[in-house]
Design a protein around this ligand. Structure first.
Ligand SMILES: [Zn+2]
Length: 350
């Protein structure tokens, strides 16, 4: 259900509160901080089934710009879609529709918000010169838009009633509090800034997961392991696929393209133990990892068997660019090192 009006009230209240706390953040102003791909970027609608096509592209374009934010951010399009769904039904609240350039008409304008104090926009965005209203598909209040508004469709204007602009501004606003937006706790931190309501975050995350699920084509691993294919590392655990994608994108954006391998089925782990540890039952199943060359986890104990570890190809020593980048950045994406193997990074350091 599009809840633009009711959400707008709490959202705007939260925005004002946060705005006071975040003025001076160097991250976001209106103009040209973002490197953006041309309109038409990316596989339109992938993973955003049911989202109107212009909105889907707006979310994807905004998400694609986030790695260029300062600091780099990796907000997923599905999370922006979750916000857009809850705020305004992707710009369809009240029967509104979007044109190809992203303009939403009729404009979506929430209820008056006298608790915010005096009007701040002279009616430019909300049509009222006496009081502010939350506006547009992402329900920005005008004073917040002044600080965070962005031009997402490269037409030279930042308009909260435009889906591309509003989506990019929302990405910036969420990233300002939740960067790097790689894990659920990051997402909740960002959403809390957007709207101080756990129920709101739950609604957005429920929607985001629905879109994310549509984006993944699970291949089944052994047992209960749900795998998805991530370009560069192959099948990996669906539960952390976003973190991995975010990390790979951030590394590539900084000139350190990374590849590797993640999931290993139990038979492969046994084969590795044979090769690295010996062929006896003891060697395969019981010998401590550290006595193998190279060290190799006992079958059933490797995070590779859960798809929750990655061996990076170019990380054989700590003097590689691969290792240096991971050492400085992987923690932001929830990947931890294994001290005995510079190439091996996992969800928990095992
Ligand atoms: Zn490994």
């Amino acid at each position: 259900m599009p809840t633009g009006k009711t959400i707008g009230v709490t959202s705007a209240t939260a925005l004002i509160a946060l705005l006071a706390a975040t003025i001076g953040l160097p991250v976001l102003t209106v103009s040209g901080l973002f490197d953006r791909p041309e309109l038409g970027f990316g596989p339109a609608g992938a993973g955003l089934e049911g989202v109107p096509p212009v909105a889907a592209e707006a979310y994807q374009r905004a998400a694609a710009a986030a790695p260029s934010f300062s600091p780099p951010c990796s907000i997923p399009p599905s999370l922006l879609a979750g916000v857009g769904e809850v705020e305004s039904g992707h710009g369809t609240h009240g029967g509104a529709t979007a044109s190809g350039n992203g303009d939403v008409r009729p404009p979506i304008i929430g209820i008056p918000l006298p608790q915010l104090g005096d009007d701040t926009d002279g009616g430019r965005w909300d049509g009222s010169s006496t009081v502010d209203h939350a506006v547009g598909p992402m329900q920005f209040i005008p004073s917040t838009w002044r600080a965070y508004g962005a031009d997402g469709n490269d037409d030279g204007a930042a308009d909260p009633h435009n889906l591309y602009d509003a989506a990019l501004a929302a990405a910036g606003y969420l990233c300002a509090s939740g960067s790097p937006m790689a894990t659920e706790s990051d997402w909740r931190r960002g959403l809390w800034a957007y709207n101080h309501s756990e129920a709101y975050a739950d609604d957005v995350l429920e929607a985001a997961r629905r879109y994310e699920a549509a984006d993944t084509s699970p291949t089944s691993g052994s047992g209960d392991v749900q795998l998805v294919d991530v370009e560069g590392v192959g099948p990996t655990n669906a539960a952390w696929a976003h973190q991995v994608r975010s990390l790979l994108a951030a590394a590539a954006a900084e000139g350190v393209p990374l590849t590797g391998s993640s999931y290993r089925d139990p038979a492969e782990q046994i084969a590795l133990r044979r090769a690295h540890c010996g062929t006896s039952h003891y060697a395969i199943y019981e010998m401590p990892s550290s006595q193998c060359s190279p060290p190799t986890a006992r079958p059933g104990t490797s995070q590779h068997e859960q798809g929750l570890a990655i061996d990076f190809d170019a990380c054989s020593t700590r003097s590689t660019a691969c290792w240096s980048w991971l050492n400085a950045n992987a923690i932001r994406f929830g990947l931890h090192p294994l001290s005995s193997e510079p190439w091996h990074w996992s969800i928990d350091g095992n």
